[in-house]
Design a protein around this ligand. Structure first.
Ligand code: GDP
Ligand code: K
Ligand code: MG
Length: 266
């Protein structure tokens, strides 16, 4: 099995990677760029998984080598599962990347990290509700103290065996109907929704779709009238749908104690 760790910078990826792989880690470079590529092996009982620490990224758009590496890794290297590590103290911002990862057909487990800091700061996350909203398992961990790691990996091992089809916030947007048509051009490829969204955003190159498919998608895009505030900017519109999904569906999973309440419990 091959598991990739994906997450924002500073959310604890490397700490988790080290906790999983111990002394087995090997550091190299991604081909053609000086971005660290860390690989190692997790072993427990008879179970063994290769672990890859992807570069820290806020999004899978094509504006930095890190983003392109992570995006192409997911599309072309077919990891058996993505461990999406998120910072519990900054959940809304971290879930932006999650909405993109969920568009892939990879099985995903969300590792909710920094739970010690969240607890200290009076941040409570309704994990069951979060799982329901995202449609994938969420496991609370504290990478620094190595807690929750076994449960995370047991869940990952189970989920990696189940096929998963991507889902996108666009399926619930004003253009859900056109989005279905756009996806039909990618339907023979794995990660069809992920590729279709890339093409919709104008990132033809990293979508990996054929020229014919891209032409078909352009034609549909020309027929869509986006809400006027987007001025025909599909990339901005897609980002906006992600943000509104997060505020509608994810924010209600988070309860923050007021400063005075947080003080009285500490
Ligand atoms: P990366 O940029 O995602 O690789 O993040 P790192 O693994 O380098 O972690 C960033 C910082 O957060 C480091 O100082 C870690 O020690 C710290 N850190 C990681 N996980 C936890 C955690 O669960 N709790 C706390 N309190 N700190 C953590
Ligand atoms: K770091
Ligand atoms: Mg790191």
């Amino acid at each position: 099995m091959k598991f990739a760790i994906a997450g924002n910078p500073n959310c604890g990826k490397t700490t988790l990677f080290n906790a999983l792989t111990g002394a087995s880690a090997h550091v190299g470079n991604w081909p053609g760029v000086t971005v660290d590529k860390k690989e190692g092996v997790y072993k427990k009982g008879g179970f063994r998984a290769e672990i890859i620490d992807l570069p820290g990224i806020y999004s899978l758009s094509p504006y930095s080598p890190e983003e392109v590496i992570a995006s192409n890794y997911i599309l072309n290297e077919n990891p058996d599962l993505i461990i999406n590590i998120v910072d519990a103290t900054n959940l809304e911002r971290n879930i932006y990347l999650t909405t993109q990862l969920l568009e892939s057909d990879c099985p995903i487990v969300v590792a909710l990290n920094m739970t010690d800091v969240a607890h200290r700061d009076g941040i409570k996350i309704d994990v069951r509700r979060l799982e329901e909203e995202l449609g994938v398992s969420v496991v609370e961990i504290c990478a620094l103290k190595k807690s929750g790691i076994e449960k995370l990996m047991d869940t990952a091992a189970k989920e990696a065996k189940k096929p998963r089809l991507g889902k996108s916030v666009l399926e619930e947007s004003e253009i859900s109907c056109c989005f279905e048509k756009i996806c039909s051009f990618a339907k023979d490829a794995r990660h069809a929704k992920f590729r279709a969204v890339k093409a919709l955003e104008g990132d033809a190159k990293n979508s990996g779709l054929s020229q014919d498919a891209l032409l078909g998608i352009e034609k549909i895009k020309n027929e869509i009238s986006l809400p006027s505030e987007f001025d025909s900017d599909f990339e901005a519109a897609v980002a906006n749908w992600r943000y509104s999904y997060i505020s509608k569906k994810i924010s209600p999973c988070i309860k923050r104690k007021s400063a005075s309440e947080a003080l009285t419990i500490s």
